[in-house]
Design a protein around this ligand. Structure first.
Ligand SMILES: *Cc1c(COP(=O)(O)O)cnc(C)c1O
Length: 344
């Protein structure tokens, strides 16, 4: 429960834990633009170490982290190869055109996965041709917004392909700890197949605010300058970083619990008449289903749930999504399933 409600909309709704609030209260802070905030410095070092990279940069949002990656990797007019349904294209309000001035080469994909053949097909082969834009970056999500995880083998092959053309790889790892839990690997193993990674603290990890961009020392120094350009140089931001440190230290190890709960929820929903569960998609903390012959349509279901203290999103492209997180218990899942069964 969060503020008296069961909230299935997203893992972004998670509020900071008691321990996080205490750490925030006690955080040693300083002016981070001068590099003086010990708590931010600790968070950045911790993140870099966790991912086996040289450096990391604290930013307010995942969108800023992705856009900073593009802004730093790509020159105006250069191309970024990415799946056509990814967050950078669909959910960042066209920022890549405004900030990096990048041309997005969006690639059709199956379940979020671009084929190697298509990636290679779309890479510009002749950087000296004055007609052609240059390819500057390949990026994809792991896990993606549909809760699908790319395998280590896939990541390795994309990295090898990128290296063949001397291109960097950026991973939008907003839910990379969920992907790591699903693959049962250390995030370091995933990070070796990327030059830069965007990591979100405020989804399943429960920090109130914040993402980190991880990469080489040289890259992060450039990104730090670009962050200032975007107005993202924050001052006594150790207040937020303090929660982020606990998010990284305490929360990844419990994410499998959210995944198990999502599995449990899916199994229960399968038993509800008029609900068609997308079983193959269930890898992390998200359950997808369609209403087919269910007594209510999506809008009515949202209202009915709200009347019973349960917050859900309506359908998107005909698809409903329930997300489990730190503040959803088995008991609450049972309550929601019972409500779903009782609907008339
Ligand atoms: C949530 C998310 C982001 C970042 O979103 P913000 O709301 O800007 O923090 C980026 N990529 C993916 C795939 C996400 O799910």
């Amino acid at each position: 429960m969060i503020n008296g409600k069961i909230d299935f909309r997203s893992d972004t709704v998670t509020v900071p834990t008691e321990e996080m609030r205490k750490a925030m209260f006690q955080a040693v802070v300083g002016d981070d633009v001068y590099g003086d905030d010990a708590t931010v410095n600790e968070l950045e070092q911790l993140t870099a170490d966790l991912f086996g990279k040289e450096a990391a940069l604290f930013v307010p949002t995942g969108t800023m982290s992705n856009q900073l990656a593009l802004f730093t990797h790509v020159q105006r007019g250069e191309e970024v190869i990415l799946p056509d349904n990814c967050h950078i294209i669909v959910h960042e309000a066209g920022a890549s055109a405004i900030i990096a001035g990048a041309q997005l080469r969006s690639i059709p994909n199956v379940n979020g996965e671009m084929s190697f053949e298509l990636i290679e097909h779309y890479i510009r082969k002749d950087p000296e041709d004055i007609h052609q834009p240059r390819t500057a970056l390949i990026t994809y999500e792991n896990a993606d917004s549909d809760g699908q995880v790319r395998s280590l083998a896939y990541m390795k092959k994309v990295k090898e392909l990128a290296e063949q053309y001397a291109l960097p790889v950026h991973i939008d790892g907003a839910r990379i700890f969920n992907a790591a839990a699903y693959l049962n690997v250390d995030v370091k193993e995933m990070a070796q197949y990327a030059d830069t990674i965007s990591v979100c603290l405020s989804k399943g990890l429960c920090a109130p605010v914040g993402s980190l961009l991880v990469g080489s020392r040289k890259f992060i120094a450039l990104a730090r300058r670009k962050r200032k350009i975007l107005g993202g140089g924050m001052r006594q931001v150790g207040i937020l970083a303090a929660a982020g440190i606990l998010a990284l230290q305490e929360m990844p190890k419990r994410l499998q619990e959210d995944h198990d709960n999502a599995n449990y929820l899916m199994a229960q929903l399968k038993e509800v008449k008029g609900i068609e569960v997308y079983e193959a998609r269930q890898q992390i903390n998200m359950v997808f289903f369609r209403l087919k012959g269910y007594p209510m349509n999506s809008a009515a279901l949202v209202r009915y749930m709200a009347e019973h203290g349960v917050v859900i999103n309506g359908e998107d492209n005909g698809m409903m999504r329930f997300v489990t997180h730190y503040y959803v218990s088995r008991d609450e899942i049972d309550q929601v399933v019972q409500l779903m069964k009782n609907a008339r």
